[in-house]
Design a protein. Structure first.
Length: 319
């Protein structure tokens, strides 16, 4: 399939008083039209930096972001403002991403006024339509964010993101701040909206259960780099990278026969200010060799749709 979003060699570096932190290190991936690609990894690995860099809400320090054939990183600020109609974002925390001083009709309606010039009854009808799409009603138009539950606030945030009828949504931990039962409702809503509008999703999360439910492909990230990518069903059933294996082994299970089988990684996470010369996961990896500690592995194809950055990939059932 042709890529709607194509990211090549993306880099993001943050200067600090004691050195430079490379939050995103030479990351490349594609997202096809109508596809859901998940990005997973521990907190601080660079997932949100990728999300913000894609929209140039923070400037990237290298690489390109092509969306629908246009290099987003080469556009002027004015051109980007117009181009963002096609690519929108839903932030993690609906308690902080919505302006507490604005009513719902203004939160969802502001992009419609700014871009399409809608006002009056036409604006209110369009806002009501977007609220209906996310399971809210006209009676919610005049309310403020504090009058809603967390799940309802995230529905409002999704309605705002859909207001300009984008082709793709970046979902940055969209269920992390919600209760488990509400998470399921929001995930089902996202799948319904994707089918209705033909949307593509970049779904960023550390919750592997939600990823398994919603995504077609998954990319596993560790300290700024993609260490494994491929179809969700393949990676979840037979991970090739030791870090992916460790992430999956850390998922709690309700099965009484598995409740004591959780696996904790040993070793310390390297400082992002001073990453080792070889594989950044080597000091936590049970399979590490001298080669791993001296030469950083490239992300190489394991099959047509599966790639792994490891000198000693795990031989799973599918091999």
């Amino acid at each position: 399939m042709n890529a709607l979003l194509s990211v090549k060699n993306l880099q993001k570096v943050y200067p600090t008083k004691v050195g430079m932190i490379k939050a995103v290190d030479d990351v490349s991936f594609d997202v096809a039209a109508g596809e859901t690609v998940a990005l997973v990894g521990e907190s601080g690995c660079g997932k949100s930096s990728i999300a913000l860099s894609l929209l140039q809400l923070i400037s990237s320090d290298g690489g390109t972001v092509h969306f629908d054939g246009t290099d987003f990183t080469s556009l002027s600020d004015q051109q980007r403002q117009q181009f963002r109609k096609k690519l929108s974002i839903v932030f993690q925390n609906p308690f902080s991403s919505l302006n507490p001083k604005m009513r719902v009709r203004d939160i969802v309606g502001e992009p419609l006024k700014t871009v399409f010039g809608l006002k009056g009854s036409k604006l209110e009808e369009r806002v009501a339509q977007h609220l209906r799409d996310v399971g809210l009603g006209r009676e919610h138009l005049k309310r403020y964010p504090h009058e809603f539950s967390g799940g309802q606030r995230q529905r409002i945030a999704i309605a705002r993101a859909l207001a300009l009828e984008p082709r793709m949504l970046i979902l940055d931990e969209p269920t992390a701040a919600l209760d488990v039962s509400v998470q399921a409702q929001v995930l089902n809503l996202l799948k319904e909206l994707q089918a209705k509008h033909g949307l593509s999703f970049l779904f960023i999360s550390h919750n592997l259960a939600t990823v398994n439910y919603i995504a077609d492909r998954v990319m596993v990230m560790y300290l700024g780099r993609i260490v494994e990518s491929g179809p969700v069903h393949s990676i979840f059933s037979s991970p090739a990278h030791p870090y992916t294996q460790a992430l999956l082994a850390s998922i709690p299970s309700l099965d009484p026969l598995k409740k004591n089988q959780l696996v904790a990684l040993s070793g310390e996470v390297p400082s992002p200010l001073s990453l080792p010369a070889g594989c950044a996961f080597a000091n936590r990896c049970p399979y590490a060799s001298d080669l791993c500690r001296t030469l950083r592995p490239d992300l190489l194809s394991k099959s047509e749709a599966w790639a792994v950055a490891c000198h000693h990939p795990i031989q799973g059932e599918e091999d």
